[in-house]
Design a protein around this ligand. Structure first.
Ligand SMILES: NC(=O)C1=CN([C@@H]2O[C@H](COP(=O)(O)OP(=O)(O)OC[C@H]3O[C@@H](n4cnc5c(N)ncnc54)[C@H](O)[C@@H]3O)[C@@H](O)[C@H]2O)[C@@H](O)CC1
Ligand SMILES: Nc1ncnc2c1ncn2[C@@H]1O[C@H](COP(=O)(O)OP(=O)(O)O)[C@@H](O)[C@H]1O
Ligand SMILES: [K+]
Length: 466
């Protein structure tokens, strides 16, 4: 489990540490970490270029330049705002033989010290101009400049980093955006930080939380998942959601709906019925994928919400709740609900997502008193109490029709097994992207292939945990 702290929290912690340590010592420690990573990346090559902004991020870069110069590496620097360049860092850099230049030429590595924690918005034109012409690998100091450190949003020109060296703790950008490989330099901040704002689950956390049958379990005790999905028009959604619920945990899956015949043909082990009213007892419901939004579908949603068991509401269920908020009245206030919108579904339900996806998911989670899993390359899962898990995919192969149906089945089965809804959604998201990655192995896949890789993804997670 990795914690991530927003920049205001980091600043507050830094101030407390700075009050106890000699002036400049934190910056030199940070800069030394940058220099060590640079030497590593240079792998014997000897020319480094610095892009230096107006604040302490530029100061870090200049001090890193100083340490590199002392190792005999040639370092040149572009000062984007010469009058505001970090004075001590610049003096040290010049003293060690560093050259200030108008443009970086013939360098083996670029150090991006344009802007860090105080960065807002895309790169300004002068910085963007220098970044547009880079042809060497880039090491970003703290965070890639032009990417918002608190939201990971990119709204114009930004640095594309191969490696990011950050200090003290991880910030949201490191989980929400592409920072290349992220390395953390310890500044002794940990005791001052308090609990993290966001959490990223490790595969080992997922493996440890994943339910497995014990000696005394039978098919009922592990939790029965109910799937109310699919229709005559969209039987595939029912097949995918039921299949993933079957593959995610042992125990039992009941399917109720118009696609019963198709589901039975594909999954003989599912207990299928045509109607929700004779589905039998379950410990969770997955509702929505391919269900449609007509009156019959509304009745299904109402029945599920009043059943008193945790619900994963996806796709058409979200659209129905957006169109007809009275449907929420059917929910017993104690019934945990996980909503899994993509951006357009989110917009119908709770307004525009906007650049701050974490804030958007938190806002909706509070509003509906539900766990909200906002889909995307970086999936954000927010609980009504403010806890947030983030899970960034390493590839985008999951962006294929039907893959959301697989995700909802995974969540439903973890809810049936009794996992905390936030953890259920976070673990499902992690296994989902790993299954996509394993199935794709470099080539496009349909959602059914992603589904087939679910057992391999769970195995990989359980191996990490053992
Ligand atoms: N506070 C501390 O104790 C430490 C801070 N450190 C470094 O200090 C950094 C934060 O420094 P500062 O608060 O001075 O600010 P930054 O260096 O992040 O930003 C400096 C200035 O850049 C400009 N800027 C903002 N957005 C921009 C954009 N999109 N394009 C171009 N320029 C932009 C602004 O004028 C801003 O004040 C951290 O990221 C880290 O690198 C480290 O030295 C570790 C210790
Ligand atoms: N660019 C991306 N990278 C990684 N995963 C993605 C990306 N885009 C979408 N996904 C994932 O793919 C799934 C798509 O779900 P959804 O939009 O509901 O599709 P469908 O309704 O066709 O099943 C979600 O789990 C989402 O997080
Ligand atoms: K930077």
């Amino acid at each position: 489990m990795r914690g991530l702290w927003t920049t205001d929290r980091v600043r507050a912690a830094e101030e407390r540490v700075l009050a106890r340590v000699p002036a400049g010592s934190l910056m030199r420690r940070a800069a030394f970490g940058v220099a060590v990573a640079a030497v590593d990346l240079l792998d014997g090559r000897r020319r480094v270029g610095l892009l230096v902004g107006a604040g302490n991020n530029g100061g870090d870069a200049l001090w890193a330049g100083y340490y590199l110069l002392r190792r005999g590496i040639a370092v040149s620097a572009v000062l984007l705002d010469p009058a505001r360049a970090h004075a001590e860092g610049l003096a040290a850099f010049r003293r060690a033989g560093g050259r200030v230049v108008d443009r970086l030429r013939d360098v083996d590595l670029v150090v991006d010290g344009i802007v860090g924690l105080s960065g807002r918005g895309p790169l300004r034109p002068a910085a963007a101009e220098h970044v547009a012409h880079l042809d060497a690998p880039v090491l970003a100091v703290d965070s890639p400049s032009g990417v918002d450190p608190d939201t990971g949003a990119v709204d114009g020109p930004a640095v594309r980093a191969d490696v990011t060296v950050t200090f003290g703790c991880l910030k949201p950008v490191h989980a929400l955006a592409d920072c290349g490989e992220v390395r953390l330099v310890d500044l002794g901040l940990e005791p001052e930080l308090g609990g993290p704002d966001l959490v990223e689950l490790d595969l080992a956390d997922v493996g440890a939380a994943w339910p497995v049958p014990g000696r005394d379990d039978d098919k009922y005790t592990q939790g029965v998942t109910g799937v109310a999905a699919g229709s005559a028009t969209y039987p595939g959604a029912a097949v995918l959601a039921t299949g993933s619920a079957l593959l995610a945990t042992s125990g039992m899956v009941r399917y109720a709906g118009a696609a019963a015949e198709g589901v039975r043909a594909q999954w003989p082990e599912a207990i299928c019925t045509g109607s929700i009213t004779d589905a039998g007892r379950v410990q969770s419901w997955v509702v929505g994928p391919g269900l449609g939004t007509g009156l019959g579908a509304e009745d299904v949603l109402r029945t599920v919400l009043e059943a008193g068991v945790p619900v994963c509401a996806d796709a058409d269920a979200i659209t129905m709740l957006a169109n007809n908020p009275d449907l929420w009245d059917a929910r017993d206030p104690d019934t945990p609900v996980v909503l899994t919108p993509h951006d357009r579904e989110f917009e119908r339900l709770a307004g525009e997502v906007g650049p701050d996806r974490v804030a958007a998911a938190r806002r909706a989670a509070g509003k509906f008193d539900a766990v909200v899993l906002l889909k995307g390359h970086a999936t954000v899962v927010a609980a009504p109490d403010g806890r947030v898990l983030v899970n960034r995919a390493r590839t985008s192969w999951a962006a294929t029709a039907g893959s959301g149906d697989v995700l909802s089945g995974l969540i439903g089965s973890l809810l049936a097994a009794g996992l905390d809804p936030l953890l259920a959604a976070g673990c499902a998201a992690r296994v989902h992207v790993l299954a996509a990655e394993l199935a794709a192995d470099g080539a496009p896949i349909p959602a059914s292939a992603l589904l087939s890789a679910v057992p391999d993804a769970i195995r990989a997670a359980r191996r990490e945990a053992s």
